[in-house]
Design a protein around this ligand. Structure first.
Ligand SMILES: Nc1ncnc2c1ncn2[C@@H]1O[C@H](COP(=O)(O)OP(=O)(O)O)[C@@H](O)[C@H]1O
Ligand SMILES: O=P(O)(O)OC[C@H](O)CO
Length: 495
């Protein structure tokens, strides 16, 4: 029997069918439109999220035949609010990248609320998270607040919306990893936090039930015979599972639109002293495993910008040859703060900058700088993570980074990553680790896939990138990056 994994991402929806040996049997993918109604705003049409999910599921199922269960993974933090009666959203989805609530967050910070929010949620007061987006919808959509208070509306992250639709309104539930990103969920106690709901002015009647990642989430009859939904996790947590990072100290980094590095910290909630996030890695059978997370908003998106914004490439893969042809004597640096800077800087007001241009700088130098920006940003995170991990009293982790996501296909970017980290970078055979993570969750629950130990043994290395850069070069290049970031922040402050 097979398992269907739904991966509803920021730029596309995917459906992948795995067999019981975790091999891909069929897959389908559809991109959908991004809406930018104002500078810093990012929205998705809920109909696009739903239609592309449905179409890709149908296409994958047509190729592979019936499945025993469904796993769902999704872009996190993105908010939907819908009518409980009709299932119709009352606003477009407000995407995790959206910065419209930057001022609300700044005001809450100025009023001294951040330490309390962090203590309860592990997060920082940034527009990235769901809570302030929800407050915004309730305040800006006519009648929404009153209707929410009367219990007529439901809210959810994308997983929750898809579960609602797949079960035709019978299940209003999310999993602990997605709940942990809303800034309304207490990760230490494990439950929606009444105080936070008051702080963000959110009626609790809107909120879904929170379940384990390997719980039952109802069943769908939209594809014929009923199929149970048996695994749910936010995409970065699903990738942590898919990369089999089950031991404390293990670290993965996913390079899609953004980049998200998660380190398993076991049953210990490690508060960050370096402006990283503390979050739930996964929750199996009521048992919480925590993680430290570094979130970078722009990784593969900088390559998309080369294609769609600058028009210097037609296809992401062309960056490899261009970067290799770049003039080694130039040091062009791109700080891709298109939607602000994420961890460890958290500067929503910053915008992107380019440094070191000369008259000879062209597409090749831009391509190289774009790929390198991802390595530099990961080094920012890895440094903060190692410091937090050490201060928790834990033994040093082995220092290997497991990578995945669309951009990990770039050999140039991954070699530079190993070089600038000064540590090995391991790329597995399966790069669809996000889908794999929830396919395994659902497959194990359905009784057709191995336990965590057996699954971890199936993880297979495709290529290890060893650091080759001299340490003096590494130090000098990283120092130049840090200066560029500081200049970018200063420009944002001045603006
Ligand atoms: N060969 C490549 N070189 C560099 N970047 C790439 C390459 N292939 C894909 N990408 C980048 O990876 C991203 C897509 O990764 P994906 O995991 O599908 O993202 P998401 O889940 O966020 O939609 C895009 O931003 C794209 O520009
Ligand atoms: O859609 P992705 O893969 O860029 O992931 C988005 C993240 O979940 C946002 O936190």
């Amino acid at each position: 029997m097979h398992i269907l994994a739904i991966d509803q991402g920021t730029t596309s929806s995917r459906a992948i069918v795995f067999d019981k040996d975790l091999r891909v049997k069929a897959s389908a993918q559809r991109e959908f439109a991004q809406h930018y109604p104002r500078s810093g705003w990012v929205e998705h049409d809920p109909a696009d999220l739903w239609d592309t999910t449905l179409e890709t599921c149908q296409a994958a199922l047509e190729q592979a035949g019936p499945v025993a269960a469904i796993g769902i993974t999704n872009q996190r933090e993105t908010l939907l609010v819908w009518d409980r009666e009709t299932g119709e959203p009352i606003h477009r989805a407000i995407v995790w990248q959206d910065r419209r609530t930057a001022e609300i967050c700044a005001d809450l910070k100025a009023a001294g609320h951040e330490p309390e929010v962090t203590a309860r949620t592990g997060l920082l007061l940034d527009p990235y998270f769901t809570a302030t987006k929800l407050g915004w919808v309730l305040d800006h959509v006519g009648g929404a607040r009153e209707r929410a208070e009367r219990g007529e509306l439901a809210m959810g992250t994308v997983d929750c919306f898809l579960i609602w639709r797949l079960t035709q309104g019978r299940t209003h539930a999310t999993d602990a990893t997605n709940a942990a990103r809303t800034m309304l969920y207490n990760i230490a106690k494990g439950g929606w936090d009444e105080e936070l709901c008051k702080l963000f002015n959110v009626p609790m009647a809107l909120l879904p039930e929170v379940r384990d990642c390997n719980a039952e989430f109802g069943e769908t009859t939209l594809f014929g015979a009923p199929i149970p939904i048996l695994g749910v996790a936010g995409d970065q947590q699903a990738a942590t599972i898919g990369q089999a990072c089950f031991e404390p100290g293990m670290l993965k980094s996913t390079y899609g639109t953004g980049c998200f590095a998660l380190m398993n910290t076991g049953a210990t909630l490690v508060p960050s002293q370096n402006r990283l996030l503390t979050t739930i890695a996964y929750q199996f059978d009521g048992q919480v495993t925590y993680a430290l997370e570094g979130a970078i908003f722009v990784a593969g998106a900088v390559v998309q910008w080369l294609r769609d914004g600058l028009g210097v490439i037609d296809d992401a893969a062309q960056t490899q040859a261009l970067a290799e042809a770049a003039d080694p004597t130039q040091e062009v640096i791109i700080v891709p703060a298109f939607t602000g800077l994420g961890a460890p800087y958290w500067r929503p007001e910053s915008r992107g900058a380019v440094f070191g241009l000369s008259r000879n700088s062209g597409p090749a130098e831009f391509a190289r700088a774009a790929l390198e920006s991802v390595g530099f940003q990961t080094r920012d995170l890895a440094g903060a993570m190692r410091a937090d991990w050490a201060s928790s009293g834990a033994a040093p982790s082995e220092g290997v980074l497991r990578v995945d996501g669309g951009m990990s296909a770039s050999g140039f970017a991954m070699q530079f990553l190993a070089d600038i980290l000064g540590a090995p970078v391991d790329r597995p055979h399966v790069l669809e680790t996000t889908a794999l993570g929830v396919a395994w969750l659902a497959g194990h629950k359905a009784g057709i896939m191995p336990d965590a130990k057996g699954f971890a043994q199936s993880w297979a290395l495709e290529r290890r990138f060893e650091p080759q850069m001299k340490s003096a070069t590494r130090d000098a290049r990283y120092a130049a990056w840090q200066r560029a970031v500081q200049a970018t922040i200063a420009a944002g402050d001045a603006g």
